[in-house]
Design a protein around this ligand. Sequence first.
Ligand code: BGC
Length: 366
Amino acid sequence: MRNRTRALLATSWTLLLFVSGCEGGGGAETPPANRPKVGVILPDRTTSARWETLDHPLLASALAATGVDADIRNADGDVQKFSQDADDLIRKGVKVLMVVSLDSQSGAEVERKARAAGVATVDYDRLTLGGSASYYVSFDNVGVGQLQAQGLVDCLGQKRGARIVEIEGAPTDNNATLFHQGQEQVLKPKYDSGEYTLVRSQPIDNWDAEQAGGVFEQILDANRDRVDGVVAANDGLADAVISVLRQHGLAGKVPVTGQDATLAGLRSVLRGDQCMSVYKPVRDEAAAAAGLVSALAKGDKGSADTLATGVVRDEAGHRDVPALLIKPTMITKANIKKVVSDNAVSAADLCAGDLAPLCRAADLPG
Ligand code: BGC
């Protein structure tokens, strides 16, 4: 799939220029009653801090800037609520419904219902396999997995025979599959050559951090603490793994990966408990999504097609989905400043309390 996927390195700036071009610069002047309605359903509030702290507010402001009237919901990890919110939004007359599916089956069902009601759909962040979304906006998710594996390799250094545990995301989330694919491109040759040993690769239902902690504890016990590195698919799972490592006196000794550059994840990176995170500029993802959604809502399919510069393959649906994919960045202590200079976290939050001296060492205003 990788060679079929062209990633666009979109910046929010170019997207905002595009968006204001669509509006003739007068987005804020459209009277509220004349603004097309659009709906968004985010997945939950617990599997990553990103959904409510970044995606929700950034989508709200990016969509408002394009002159559409956005109703943003959160399914709270509940497929029933996801489906009810979709029904409600369709009944309220949204022109476009953008979703982050909890699983492809329930996502595809919602997209089928929307289409039957004449409502276009967009997949945000997660591709709904077998769905009917007109567009997909996300990051290069195989690339995310490659960065995680490369980050782990860098942190392990010359540790021959390193014993690796992989704590993966939800098997029902296509992204988790892609992250794993990217990781294996880097790690499988090392497993095959005996340079590393794969102790266990364990998917975690619903990205549930508590479950991940329990499973990791069992793995550690069963291997009498002989684990040298952990691929954790996001910062939430990483945090659960690090807590268990801490109880075993191993935090900071066993490198753990992450993703999302959450406040907690970055603080763990500064402390040296987490080896890296992957920074995905949600501001750019939200701006790209808002551009597509508002073009569709205004019936301007031509502009939407211009924004979707690539395609991704949906094997379950036997189709190529027009897509806009943004590049992720590896974050370690050495470049943690980037997340602050992008305003994705504040230096005050990152450096609060006992982390002030570590922040100064990382060239941050601690
Ligand atoms: C997203 C990640 C997130 C995870 C859990 C994935 O689909 O791409 O950013 O950490 O879901 O919510």
